[in-house]
Every structure is written in structure tokens, then in C-alpha cells.
Design a protein around this ligand. Structure first.
Ligand SMILES: Nc1ncnc2c1ncn2[C@@H]1O[C@H](COP(=O)(O)OP(=O)(O)O)[C@@H](O)[C@H]1O
Ligand SMILES: O=P(O)(O)O[C@H]1O[C@H](CO)[C@@H](O[C@H]2O[C@H](CO)[C@@H](O)[C@H](O)[C@H]2O)[C@H](O)[C@H]1O
Length: 466
């Protein structure tokens, strides 16, 4: 793990009850809020004071969201400024600027509390404290925040475009924190070191360190977490999901780009297999048990699955016998973990694959362990289905044609023979159902209007389709 550059010397006071209340009211409406649907309370764990320009203060609070069996660590960076003076030049004004609320101190001073992830003072502090990759220039004159802006559409984390930093960078402020190495820092660094050019190179990262003095917890001792990572900015490229939706809308096939993506995903899997220790051979019983457990959890999290519960169990029973007959074998390895079209940018030089954090709703330990590479393939296949629905493809074969192009190119590049592909069919269908169930929960919590998309896929798969 990296040595922390934000360490105990920067520790500061935890949030006051008043600030905690403010944050407790603000966080749940954020897209990145990782425990939607759970009743939790924020418990301060570690707080840091970061370098700040005169008149402002910059803080990072690591809060545990605890309750109902949930215990998730989130990062909440804040910038404090006298009311009305904090500026929010980099903020997404359409999303309401950066101010979370106003606090009046005991001395009567009124201070605005800004979301640090959208505030230039926090970005500057991160760049100041970060550890930089070998060979990346980072003299102060390279840290130009001109043109910097927080991305309007937040996803699982908060991202900031920094066109003037080191030739162009994208800063990701991690929200749900992994104690220990974050896959989104570790994996792209390992891929770059192995010469894989299909993902943006990490330029710098910020690691925090603290002591957990509570010896009754499993985490007691010296802890670290990656708080942010800066990667090279991919310019002139289109988000893969937007590209696919546009094609679907215009009725244009996406097959060529899908095939190129299939080849790149195969190359990514090859590089991941080389860069990390191989896992064990796949134990199909372990896998189906895990799929069953995830389906049971999903059923408790999305009411629409309750009436499908028995059919889902039946599907998994059948999967067990199909897998036993098929003789499908594979070795577990590091994978992307949450691959979909929105994790790929398409430009003149082809595709770039992003965001190796894995499914945000999975535990950190699960995300870091070797898994089935076909899980990524299933994720991408689901994404073509989403694009057809969101783009409003009128040709019912639009998605299946892109899916076939992707899958065939992936198999050819990965050297999968026809027999192996047939043997893996039941495995692929089981992983498609797993992903669609995950998506049902995701959409229930984040975009209820889109729930019919994965739900239709669940019903198709349960009815024997794909
Ligand atoms: N290096 C980069 N260059 C250009 N755009 C990027 C880069 N990294 C991310 N993006 C854009 O930011 C969006 C969010 O990034 P992502 O890593 O998927 O964040 P999250 O973890 O919040 O899902 C992506 O969909 C992509 O459009
Ligand atoms: O990109 P994230 O790591 O935040 O992933 C989460 O959000 C994704 C949506 O932004 C979600 O992906 C689902 O919606 C996509 C269209 O927006 C679609 O292309 C994907 O196939 C579908 O899974 C992802 O599941 C979630 O983890």
C-alpha cells in the first residue's frame, strides 16, 4: 500500500453535531450516496485539515454511515468560507452550486459550507498533497486550475476535469472509501506498468493514513485509504453509452465499435491476468452459491423481485445441472468488476476503459478478489440492451446484433474455441441474470423510471431467453 501523504499530522477536530446534522440532510440526495434505502447515522471517524488559501479552510471528514447492519465509510471534503465569499467557479451551477449550507459560529461569524469535491480550493489541496507517478511533471506551474470544472453528472464518485494539470487530467474524488488499496488506483497503475494502453494512465493519487485505536474492531491498527486519483484526461472522445444510444436512436448499427470493444476487453483481461496473481480454478458450486445469495439479497432490496423469487431459485437450480453437464472451466483472475458502456470512452484512437472500482454496492473485499472474467462480458452485453431501450431503437435486433459482434470479437481475441463458448453458455446466462438483478436494485434506488429496462431482462432470462 502507498505511504500516506495525508497523515496524522494533519488531523483536526471532528464535525460538530450541527455540521453532522447538515451533512445528514444533504448526503442522501447525492447520486454517490452509497446506502440509499438504509436508515443510517453518520459517525465521524477521522478528520483532516488541508492546506488552504487565506480566508478559506479546507477539511476532509471520513464518516462511517452506520445502522441496520450497514457500516460504510464515505469521504466528505468541505471548504469553509465567509458567507457569500467562497466562490464556486468550478461548480455545476445547474446542480445548485457548491454550498451545502450555512453555519453561524459562536462568535457570530456566518460561514458557508461548500462541497469540497466541487470546489477549486479542495482540488488545489489534493494536487498539493498527492503522490505523483514517476515521470509526471508536477511543478506548481503545471497545476493550472484554469478551465477546471466538476462533472455535471455525478456517478458513484465525484469527478473533476482539470484540463490545465499535467497536460490534462481527470480527478476522481472517491466517495465510498475502501480501507486499504483502492482497485481504481491499483489496477490502472498495474495495467500501465504492463504496457496496456487501453486505459488512461494514473498520474497522481492521494493516500490518507490514520490509526484505529478501537482494538475491538477488525480494522484496529494503522489504516490507509486512497482518497483521490488523477488520471490522464482522454480528450475528443465520446462516452460509450452516449455513443451507443445515439446509434440506437438513429437506427445505425454499432457492430463495428462493439467488435473493437470486444477485442479491447479481451486484451484488458489478458493484461490483468499477467499483472496480478492468478486465482483458483472456478468452483462452480461456489459461484452458484454466491449468485443465489446475491439474488436473495436483491429480493429483499427491490419489491418487484418478490413475485419472481421462486422462478429465480428455479433458474439457479437449473444452472447447477447445466454447469455440471457443460464441463465449463476457467481460472479466476482480477477483472474490471462493473463493466458497462459508460465505463468506456470512444475516440479516434479507439476505446479507453475506465473505472476499475467494481460494483459500488459490493464490499471492498469482494471487489478485490479474483473473479470470473465472463462477468465483465455479461456486464457489457447488458449495456447494449440498456442503450437500445434508452436510445429507443426501433429495430428489435439492434441490441442483439451489437451483442453478437462484441461477443464474437471477444472470443476470437481471447482464443475461446466454439466448444468452450458453448460450454460457457449457462455460465454467461447466469451472470447476465446476476447483473440484471443488481441493476434492478440499482435502478430502484437511483432511477426508478429506468427500472423496466433491467426488469424486462430478468423476465426474458427467466423465460429462457437472453
Ligand atoms: N480519464 C478520463 N478522461 C476523460 N473522461 C473521463 C476520464 N475518466 C472518467 N471520465 C468521464 O467521467 C465519467 C465518470 O468517471 P467514472 O470513472 O466512471 O466515475 P464513477 O466512479 O463516479 O462512476 C465517465 O463516464 C467519463 O465520461
Ligand atoms: O459507473 P458506476 O460505477 O457509477 O456504475 C453504476 O452506475 C451505472 C449507471 O451510471 C450502472 O450502469 C447501468 O446503467 C448504464 C446506463 O446508464 C448501463 O449502460 C449499464 O449496463 C447498467 O448496468 C451500473 O450498474 C452501476 O454500478
Amino acid at each position: 500500500m502507498d505511504e500516506p501523504t495525508l497523515d496524522t499530522t494533519a488531523r483536526t477536530e471532528p464535525p460538530t453535531p450541527e455540521l453532522l446534522e447538515l451533512l445528514a440532510g444533504w448526503m442522501p440526495a447525492r447520486r454517490w450516496y452509497p446506502v440509499k434505502g438504509s436508515v443510517v447515522r453518520p459517525v465521524p471517524w477521522v478528520s483532516y485539515a488541508l492546506p488552504a488559501p487565506d480566508g478559506l479552510s479546507v477539511e476532509v471528514h471520513l464518516l462511517r454511515l452506520v445502522g441496520g447492519g450497514v457500516d460504510v465509510l464515505v469521504q466528505v471534503p468541505l471548504v469553509w468560507a465567509p458567507t457569500g465569499e467562497g466562490g464556486d467557479a468550478g461548480a455545476d451551477q445547474a446542480a445548485g452550486g457548491t454550498v451545502i449550507g450555512t453555519v453561524v459560529r459562536e462568535d457570530g461569524a456566518s460561514l458557508d459550507v461548500h462541497d469540497g469535491a466541487a470546489h477549486p480550493a479542495f482540488w488545489a489541496a489534493v494536487l498539493d498533497l498527492a503522490e505523483w507517478a514517476d515521470g509526471v511533471p508536477h511543478a506548481p506551474h503545471d497545476l493550472d486550475l484554469g478551465g477546471a470544472r466538476a462533472l455535471a453528472v455525478e456517478q458513484s464518485n465525484s469527478s473533476v476535469m482539470l484540463p490545465g494539470v499535467s497536460g490534462g487530467g481527470m480527478l476522481k474524488v472517491v466517495r465510498a472509501l475502501a480501507v486499504g488499496p483502492n482497485p481504481d488506483v491499483v489496477i490502472p497503475r498495474a495495467l500501465a506498468a504492463h504496457g496496456f494502453a487501453g486505459s488512461p494512465r494514473p498520474l497522481a493519487w492521494l493516500t490518507a493514513g490514520w490509526e484505529d485505536s478501537d482494538t475491538t474492531t477488525s480494522t484496529a491498527g494503522a489504516l490507509t485509504a486512497h482518497l483521490a486519483v488523477l488520471t490522464e484526461l482522454v480528450t475528443g472522445a465520446t462516452d460509450g453509452f452516449d455513443l451507443a444510444c445515439d446509434h440506437a436512436r438513429r437506427g445505425e448499427p454499432l457492430d463495428e465499435q462493439a467488435a473493437a470493444l470486444g477485442r479491447d476487453v479481451a486484451a484488458m483481461h489478458q493484461a490483468l491476468a499477467e499483472a496480478f496473481e492468478p486465482g483458483d480454478p472456478l468452483d462452480t458450486k461456489w459461484l452458484v452459491d454466491e449468485l443465489r445469495a446475491r439474488a436473495e439479497t436483491a429480493t429483499t432490496q427491490a419489491d418487484v423481485l418478490v413475485e419472481r423469487h421462486d422462478r429465480i431459485r428455479g433458474f439457479h437450480d437449473e444452472t447447477v445441472s447445466l454447469l455440471a453437464q457443460s464441463g465449463a472451466t476457467t481460472t479466476l483472475q482480477r477483472i474490471h468488476g462493473d463493466l458497462h458502456l459508460g465505463q468506456a470512452l470512444h475516440g479516434e484512437s479507439g476505446w479507453k476503459i475506465l473505472d476499475f472500482e467494481g460494483e459500488p454496492m459490493r464490499s471492498v473485499a469482494e471487489r478485490a478478489r479474483p473473479d470470473v472474467a465472463l462477468r465483465d462480458v455479461a456486464g457489457m452485453l447488458r449495456s447494449f440492451d440498456y442503450a437500445a431501450a434508452v436510445g429507443g431503437a426501433t429495430d428489435p435486433a439492434w441490441a442483439s446484433s451489437a451483442q453478437t459482434a462484441f461477443l464474437e470479437a471477444y472470443r476470437t481475441a481471447a482464443g475461446v474455441t466454439g466448444d468452450e463458448a458453448r460450454a460457457a453458455e449457462a455460465l454467461l446466462r447466469a451472470l447476465l441474470l446476476d447483473k440484471a438483478l443488481y441493476e434492478v436494485v440499482y435502478e430502484t434506488r437511483n432511477r426508478p423510471d429506468w427500472l423496466p429496462i433491467p426488469l424486462a431482462a430478468v423476465d426474458r432470462l427467466l423465460a429462457g431467453g437472453i
